[in-house]
Design a protein around this ligand. Structure first.
Ligand code: NDP
Length: 453
């Protein structure tokens, strides 16, 4: 058994019933094999064993009172995974599926993603099994306040800077930050994704979706292709999916799909800006379901209980580019095969780990350009990093300036993935190995410098 396979086996033994975390560790470790031979010093100082063990895992009770006066109890998490290159940084997820293993997989991925941005940010992630769906604004506010009542003692602008993720958007960040400000009596850059009126940065809501499209454009350019005239399939209908759709339109492409956890809509004519505005109002203000899109626009069709990828498979829909942007493990092996058979030439992951390992294998075996989440969706945390700079310098950059920086960062991440892949014996367009190696090396060098801590 190779050294890194032993590390994986030990991690599995120590973390039973955390399949998503083990999946993420396995994916990273297996692509780091060539680093073991070249950096024997990392083996000697246990870097690989240490990097899979979080610095700290915090689990706490979150009691709150619902609108009927009943006491509800949720569980809160913050996993501070690795701060070798900067303060812990990573989002907060509110979703009923949240458990320690999911937060650990997200935190682990975040370590490498943040390193890839070249900004000084370590990796962390947090969340709760609280479900904001169907809750009143007051209930969401009371929950956020209860969550921050414990979280505040573990975070700080130089310690740990959370942001949004699934179920945590502008509304939730406002409640979380407002409460932090109150109990700490300080106005500081402790959360990113803040509103523009209280320390937020322009383009942060757009950044993850825009970045995933910029990354796709970089990948396509390696084959002399562009987004213009291409048909895209996007899953999800939240923050990432919305701005991904906007950027696809701006770059001359057409997005034909959106989804939520209840079903999928397919709109063969494409989701134009007017339809996108309707969707944003539906999801961000009225907090409705994607089904209503199909009721409003008869050009589209609703498929209840099915994911975008299942519908594409069943209906044999032609798609050039896939942007999975809902959740982890949404593209299975047979769905990946159906995408390939329907002409898909590029996958850029807006979500974290949305393709299953078998799905990824299909993409790689069929020469599909594959941008893994930790590279393709790094635009969000990059602009969060810029928000931290902006807060500490007490200034506000213009929209164009932030967008230009975002484009430059995505270009650099793409180039860095290619260089690392090539330098360690992989094909230049192996973005999985490239992103893992490039992300790992920066963190490993810093860990080595600190000695055994
Ligand atoms: P949102 O909460 O804004 O949207 C999530 C969307 O995905 C919703 O449409 C939701 O439907 C759907 N969804 C969530 N869970 C499931 C599920 N289990 N099955 C089917 N559909 C589901 O989240 P974001 O857009 O912010 O995040 C989407 C993905 O992007 C996540 O993987 C996140 O980790 C990743 N990401 C987000 C970043 C950001 O800046 N926001 C940065 C980097 C990555 P419903 O409303 O019905 O639950």
């Amino acid at each position: 058994m190779s050294y890194l396979r032993e590390v994986i086996a030990k991690t599995e033994e120590k973390n039973p019933a955390q399949p998503e975390f083990i999946q993420a560790v396995e994916e990273v470790m297996l692509s780091l094999e060539p680093t073991v031979e070249r950096h024997i010093e990392y083996v000697a100082s246990g870097i690989y064993e240490r990097i899979v063990e979080p610095d700290r895992q915090i689990i706490f009770r979150v009691p709150w009172v619902d609108d009927s006066g009943k006491v509800q109890v949720n569980r809160g998490f913050r996993v501070q995974f690795n701060n070798a290159i900067g303060p812990y940084k990573g989002g907060i997820r509110f979703h009923p599926s949240v458990n320690l293993g999911i937060i650990k997989f997200l935190g682990f991925e975040q370590v490498f993603k943040n390193s890839l941005t070249t900004l000084p940010m370590g990796g962390g992630k947090g969340g709760s099994d609280f479900d904001p769906k169907g809750k009143s604004n007051n209930e969401v506010m009371r929950f956020c306040q209860a969550f921050m009542r414990e979280l505040y003692r573990h975070i700080g602008p130089e310690t740990d800077v959370p942001a949004g993720d699934i179920g945590v958007g502008g509304r939730e960040i406002g409640y979380l930050y407002g409460y932090y400000k109150l109990i700490r009596n300080e106005h500081t850059g402790v959360l990113t994704g803040k509103g523009l009126d209280y320390g937020g940065i322009l383009i942060r809501p757009e950044a993850t979706g825009y970045g995933a499209v910029y990354f796709a454009a970089e990948m396509l350019a390696t084959r002399n292709e562009s987004l213009a005239g291409k048909t895209a399939a996007v899953s999800g209908s939240g923050n990432v999916a919305q701005y991904l759709t906007e950027k696809v339109i701006q770059m001359g492409g057409k997005n034909i799909s959106l989804s939520d956890s209840s079903g999928t809509i397919i709109d063969p004519e494409g989701i134009n800006l007017e339809k996108l505005n309707y969707l944003m109002d539906l999801k961000n203000n009225r907090r409705g379901r994607i089904k209503e899109y199909a009721e409003k626009y008869p050009t589209s069709q609703y498929f209840g209980g099915k994911s975008v990828w299942e519908v594409i498979k069943e209906q044999s829909i032609k798609v050039d580019i896939a942007f999975p942007s809902a959740t982890q493990n949404e593209i299975t092996e047979d769905q990946a095969l159906a995408l390939v058979n329907n002409g898909c030439l590029c996958v850029s992951e807006g979500a974290n780990m949305p393709s299953t390992p078998k799905g990824i294998e299909v993409f790689i075996d069929n020469n599909v350009l594959f941008g893994p989440g930790k590279a393709a969706n790094a635009g969000g945390v990059s602009v969060s990093g810029l928000e931290m700079n902006q807060n500490s310098m007490k200034l506000l950059w213009g929209k164009e300036e932030v967008d230009n920086r975002l484009q430059m960062i995505m270009k650099n991440i793409h180039a860095e993935c290619q260089c690392a892949a090539e330098a360690y014996g992989f094909e230049r367009c192996n973005y999985i190995c490239g992103s893992n190696i490039a992300g790992f090396l920066r963190v490993a060098r810093a860990m080595l410098a600190y000695g055994i801590i």
